[in-house]
Design a binder for this molecule. Structure first.
Ligand SMILES: Cc1cc2nc3c(=O)[nH]c(=O)nc-3n(C[C@H](O)[C@H](O)[C@H](O)COP(=O)(O)OP(=O)(O)OC[C@H]3O[C@@H](n4cnc5c(N)ncnc54)[C@H](O)[C@@H]3O)c2cc1C
Length: 369
C-alpha cells in the first residue's frame, strides 16, 4: 500500500485547511473524513474569524472564492455588563485596523474548503486509515484516535449550552458586533449579511442548560420576545430567520499535543467557550504553526519525528492555554451573583474602556489568534 507523507484524520474546517496547506508544500496527503453523521439540520452558526485566520484562508485560495455575502466585516464591538453604564467599546478606526474581525457563514466556509480539497493536487480522500509518516488528528473534541493513543483529555463541562440562530433586525447592523454579559448568560449578536443584507445577525446565546429546552421549544414569537427583552432593542427589533440549534459547552484540553508520528490540532487538542469566538481561530493557528514547522524541518528529519513535532507543540501550548483560561475566567467572573464580584466586573469593563493602550493590546491579541 502507498505510504503517504501525512494522513489527516477529520475533515472539519481544521482538517481540510491543514490538508490544503500541506499539499501546497508538495506533500502527499491522505484525508480521512471518517463517518459522516446524519445531518441534524443546517449549521446556522456564524464564526468570528480574526485577521490571522483570514490570511491563512486567503493563502489557501479559499477566502476569495466564498460568496460575497458569506463574510461580513466587523468595524465596531460593543460589550455591556449587567449594570447600566458598564460597557466596553472597540472600534477598528480607534485601533488603526481596517476591520476588527469577519463574521463568516459556517456552512459556506465548510463548503468552500470541501471544494478546494476536491480540486487540490496531492490530496487523496481515503475511507480507512492508511500508512503515513505523520498522522494529523483533527477529529474534533470527541476524537477516538486520540483516546486510542491513550492521551488524556481533560473535559470540564460548563453545564451551559449555546443557542445559535440567524436573526433579522428592523434596522442595519452597521458592522457592529454586540455582546451582553448578563449573569449567568452571555449573549452575542454578530453582524451578518445573510439572509437579509446589512440587517442580519448570527446569535450565540449561552446559558445554563436547564433553561435551554424551554427556549428551544418556545414558539418563534415567544423566543423573539425573550431575545428582544434581553437586548433591550439595542440592535433593533429582532426576529428569527432560521431554526434554533443547541451546542453544549465545555473547556477541554489534551495533556499533550504531539507524540511519535502524531499531532493533535483544533478541537481535538483544545476546546474553549465560544464567548470570545476563538475556537476555530485557535485551530487555524495550529494549522499555520504545524505547516511552518514541517516546511522548515531539516532535510534529514522524518515528518513524524517527535522532536520536530514538539516544536509545533511548544508554539501552541501557551496561547491555547491562555485563551482557555481567559474565556473561563471571564465566564466565572460574570456568572457569579455575589455583589462584590458584580461590582468588580462592571467597574472593570468601564475602566478598560478608558484605557486606550490596553484596548489596543487586547485587540492586537484577538487579531493575531
Ligand atoms: C456555538 C458555537 C459558536 C462558535 N463560534 C466560534 C467563532 O465565532 N469563532 C471561532 O473561531 N470559533 C467558534 N466556535 C468554535 C468552532 O466551532 C470550533 O473550534 C471548530 O469548529 C473546530 O473545528 P475542528 O475542525 O477542529 O473540529 P470539528 O468541526 O468538530 O471537525 C472534526 C471532524 O472530524 C470528524 N471525525 C471525528 N472522528 C473521526 C475519526 N475517528 N476519523 C475521521 N474523522 C473523524 C468529524 O466528523 C468532523 O467532521 C464556536 C463553537 C460553538 C459551539
Amino acid at each position: 500500500m502507498k505510504r503517504f507523507d501525512v494522513m489527516v484524520s477529520g475533515a472539519g474546517c481544521v482538517g481540510r485547511s491543514l490538508a490544503l496547506a500541506l499539499a501546497r508544500q508538495g506533500l502527499s496527503i491522505a484525508l480521512l473524513p471518517g463517518k459522516v453523521a446524519a445531518p441534524v439540520g443546517e449549521d446556522v452558526r456564524a464564526y468570528a474569524l480574526n485577521a490571522a485566520s483570514v490570511a491563512l484562508l486567503q493563502a489557501l485560495k479559499v477566502w476569495d472564492a466564498m460568496p460575497a455575502d458569506a463574510a461580513t466585516p466587523v468595524y465596531d464591538m460593543h460589550i455591556e455588563g449587567d449594570r447600566p453604564g458598564a460597557q466596553l467599546d472597540f472600534s477598528s478606526w480607534q485601533q488603526g485596523v481596517r476591520e476588527l474581525a469577519w463574521i463568516v457563514d459556517a456552512a459556506a466556509l465548510e463548503a468552500e474548503l470541501a471544494t478546494a480539497v476536491r480540486f487540490a493536487p496531492h490530496i487523496q480522500i481515503v475511507d480507512q486509515p492508511v500508512p503515513a509518516a505523520l498522522q494529523a488528528l483533527c477529529e474534533g473534541k470527541a476524537s477516538q484516535t486520540r483516546a486510542s493513543l491513550g492521551v488524556e483529555f481533560k473535559n470540564q463541562a460548563y453545564g451551559h449550552t449555546a443557542i445559535a440562530a440567524r436573526l433579522v433586525a428592523d434596522r442595519p447592523h452597521l458592522g457592529c458586533a454586540r455582546q451582553w454579559f448578563r449573569s449567568p448568560d452571555v449573549l452575542a449578536l454578530l453582524p451578518f449579511n445573510r439572509p437579509a443584507p446589512e440587517q442580519s445577525f448570527g446569535l450565540v446565546w449561552s446559558m445554563p442548560e436547564d433553561r435551554v429546552p424551554e427556549l428551544l421549544q418556545a414558539s418563534p414569537e415567544a423566543f423573539e420576545a425573550e431575545l428582544n427583552a434581553a437586548t433591550g432593542g439595542a440592535a433593533g427589533a429582532l426576529r428569527l430567520a432560521s431554526e434554533r440549534t443547541a451546542w453544549p459547552l465545555s473547556l477541554a484540553r489534551a495533556e499533550k499535543f504531539t507524540g511519535p508520528g502524531w499531532a493533535l490540532l483544533g478541537d481535538a487538542a483544545h476546546v474553549v467557550h465560544p464567548l470570545a469566538g476563538q475556537g476555530l481561530n485557535l485551530g487555524l493557528a495550529d494549522v499555520a504553526a504545524l505547516s511552518r514547522v514541517l516546511a522548515e524541518r531539516e532535510g534529514w528529519r522524518d515528518l513524524g519525528d517527535e522532536r520536530l513535532l514538539r516544536r509545533y507543540e511548544r508554539e501552541r501550548l501557551a496561547p491555547t492555554w491562555a485563551m482557555g483560561q481567559m474565556t473561563d475566567g471571564l465566564l466565572r467572573l460574570f456568572a457569579s451573583d455575589q455583589a462584590p464580584l458584580r461590582e468588580l466586573r462592571n467597574r472593570g469593563l468601564t475602566l478598560v474602556n478608558t484605557l486606550t493602550p490596553l484596548k489596543r493590546w487586547l485587540t492586537a491579541r484577538a487579531l493575531e489568534g
